[in-house]
Ligand binder design. Structure first.
Ligand code: PLP
Length: 439
């Protein structure tokens, strides 16, 4: 037994898969077995494995400058170039960028920036954050508190109250609608709940509302038409900031550059980016804030003598070089257009399985999807445990495809953005066989 404490694992039943190498959209285990990577690793390896250009960029940067920190404003060109590139790509005006190592720490950074900002503008009581049920924002003490999944809370005694985390509905019509409720009525009800929560807590105490434009790890929930329009109107009415956690939905995943674009979200005030930022060749994340927020931090930091937040590896030059090369490839090779085209094909092909007796709902957008397995197709009755999802996931694995059982009994699909239509056919073929084995 290895001395590793495995992450997000039933520690009594860790997987016995040992992965040795990757190439394109495939990975290979230590026995030479080949798997189609239906999850792009963990929603991140957008350009697949063994991309020589990215490897060369990392090697070149390691040879030139393997490390330099950014404390005190000491900087390097590749970091400046990456920040400028990101700022020009995101649907925010003149965004400022703070670099981190992971999606979780990037969300922690935002919580701290929000506190700093509201203290700076004389509103110290405005610190609460609304997060949704069934959301995933990471696993540090603070980001896990934003996460809305019980499995990430149980036994950890998280400081929800101290952090001011408030919870509102998940925008999942299939699971959340009341009997006979239309989609429009569902949207009206849950956005009304949001407004009532704001009024009850006091808008002057609420800093921001955090959302994944389309949720990932909690089941790939695509909110119904009209949801974000209503949400943004409510937030504007009560002067609450909109925070888009695009750790999964950023960079071409949902059929557009960002999930915010796909979902018609206008100009987030804060954005969190990680994963596909570097196509997972190097751990790097970015917390982006509007220019207004940034400008308000400058004077107070001058008074204290320092903006007292930063990681050793903030702006790691190798991470910056890898991310910069990744963004260059996205643009040069029109990867987002390719992903939009193949993503639409993937959604259409998945829907051909909709009559399968195990499938309750197929949902997704672009190159991200989930297939929810149910105990009773007619009523949508959920399985009372996650074993069926795990069984189907293992069947896929035996048949040569990696997927992930999430949110109980859903299987997730999030292949590398470079996947082709014939490879999607291969993916669907394996899924169908696995579902037949599971049924
Ligand atoms: N936010 C979202 C939306 C995520 O999906 C994740 C990870 O899956 C995170 C934050 C946390 O990122 P990390 O695992 O890099 O800490």
């Amino acid at each position: 037994m290895s001395p590793i404490i495995y992450p997000t694992t039933n520690l009594k039943k860790p997987s016995d898969l040992v992965i040795e190498r990757g190439d394109g959209i495939y990975i290979f285990d230590n026995k030479g077995k080949k798997y189609l990577e239906g999850m792009a690793g963990l929603w991140c390896a957008s350009l697949g494995y063994n991309n020589q250009e990215i490897i060369d960029a990392a090697n070149a940067q390691m040879s030139k400058l393997s490390f330099s920190h950014m404390f005190g404003g000491k900087t390097h060109q590749v970091g400046i170039d990456l920040a400028e590139k990101l700022s020009s790509m995101v649907p925010m005006k003149n965004a400022k960028v703070f670099f981190g190592n992971s999606g979780s720490d990037a969300n922690d950074t935002h919580i701290k920036i929000l506190r700093y900002y509201f203290n700076a503008i004389g509103k110290p009581q405005k610190y609460k954050i609304i997060a949704r049920e069934r959301s995933y924002h990471g696993v540090t003490i603070a980001s896990a508190s934003l996460t809305g999944l019980p499995v990430n809370h149980t036994h950890f005694d998280l400081p929800f109250d101290a952090l001011g985390v408030l919870r509102t509905d998940a925008p999942h019509y299939y699971r959340g609608a009341q009997p006979q409720e239309s989609e429009t009525e569902f949207v009206n009800r849950i956005t009304n709940n949001l407004e009532q929560l704001i009024i009850k807590e006091g808008p002057e105490t609420i800093a921001a509302f955090i959302v994944e434009p389309i949720t990932g790890a909690s089941g790939v929930i695509v909110p119904p038409q009209g949801y974000y329009e209503k949400v943004q109107a409510i937030l504007a009415k009560y002067d609450i900031l909109f925070w888009a956690d695009e750790v999964i939905t950023g960079f071409g995943r949902t059929g557009n550059d960002f999930g915010s674009t796909t979902m018609g979200i206008k100009t987030p005030d804060l954005m969190t980016l990680a994963k596909q930022l570097s196509s997972a060749y190097f751990p790097i994340s970015a917390s982006l804030v509007s220019d207004d927020i940034y400008q308000a931090l400058v004077e107070p930091s001058n008074k204290v003598g320092v903006f007292g937040h930063g990681f050793t590896y903030t702006g790691h030059p190798v991470g910056c070089a890898v991310a910069l090369k990744t963004l260059e490839i996205y643009q040069r090779d029109n990867i987002f257009d390719h992903a939009a085209d193949v993503g639409e094909y993937m959604q259409t092909k998945l829907l051909t399985l909709k009559d399968h007796p195990l499938i309750g709902e197929i949902r997704g957008k672009g190159m991200i999807a989930a297939v929810e397995l149910v105990a009773d197709k007619k009523t949508g009755l959920a399985f009372s445990h996650g074993e069926v999802g795990n069984f189907a996931m293992k069947s896929c694995q035996q048949l040569g495809m990696i997927t992930r059982a999430i949110a109980g009994s859903s299987l997730a699909f999030c292949p590398p953005l470079i996947i082709t239509k014939p490879e999607i056919d291969e993916m669907i073929f394996i899924l169908q066989q696995a579902l037949d084995e599971t049924f």
